[in-house]
Design a protein. Structure first.
Length: 185
């Protein structure tokens, strides 16, 4: 049985107008995708479908949290998600993506699978820099023991000259490059 079957929205028998779907996206959803960064989560999706004669408009509204690894201390923390996205589905001869928010599907299709879009939209909602948010006192909830180890390791590396040597040798090698200047005729 297809683990993602509930995310295939059957639109063929639906009347023209607005329709609403609700999903709770959990770890079992992301287990279906090998390349997922999200392992643990509790996200609610309100999916609105506006059906017209020649097109479908899907509005995604995500709220909830995903568990991420902190870039600073490597402990896990809850990253809250609140995002909205839209896809416009038109009908044509073949399946293709016309742009990032417009999809063409064949006239004979009766279902539209939103699972890949849920996966992509939730990953796009993740911050580039992942770190514990500040608590009520304005301090980070990062693992202080780990941060101290990182500081200690960084200062030892700097004292030994490893960090400076790596940076300077790279730049020194680039400085020695000679470029021929071409004369304009």
């Amino acid at each position: 049985m297809d683990a993602l079957h509930e995310y295939k929205i059957g639109f063929n028998g639906l009347a023209i107008g607005n329709h609403h779907f609700s999903f709770d996206v959990r770890q079992s959803f992301f287990d279906c995708f090998e390349q997922s960064e999200i392992q643990e989560c509790d996200v609610h999706l309100d999916l609105s479908l506006e059906k017209d004669v020649n097109m479908l408009v899907f509005d995604f509204a995500f709220t909830g949290w995903v568990m991420l690894d902190c870039d600073r201390c490597l402990d896990q923390y809850k990253q809250y998600v609140d995002q909205e996205q839209r896809i416009i589905v038109n009908f044509g001869d073949e399946h293709r993506e016309q742009s990032e928010d417009i999809v063409i599907i064949p006239f004979g299709d009766t279902h539209f699978d939103v699972s890949q879009y849920i996966f992509e939209y939730l990953h796009l909602a993740l911050p580039i820099q992942r770190a514990h948010p500040l608590n009520k006192e304005g301090k980070t909830d990062c693992n202080q023991e780990m941060l101290e180890k990182v500081r200690k390791h960084g200062s030892e590396r700097s004292k030994s000259g490893l960090a400076d040597h790596a940076d300077s040798s790279t730049w020194d090698a680039l400085k020695s490059l000679q470029f021929d200047k071409k004369k304009d005729n």
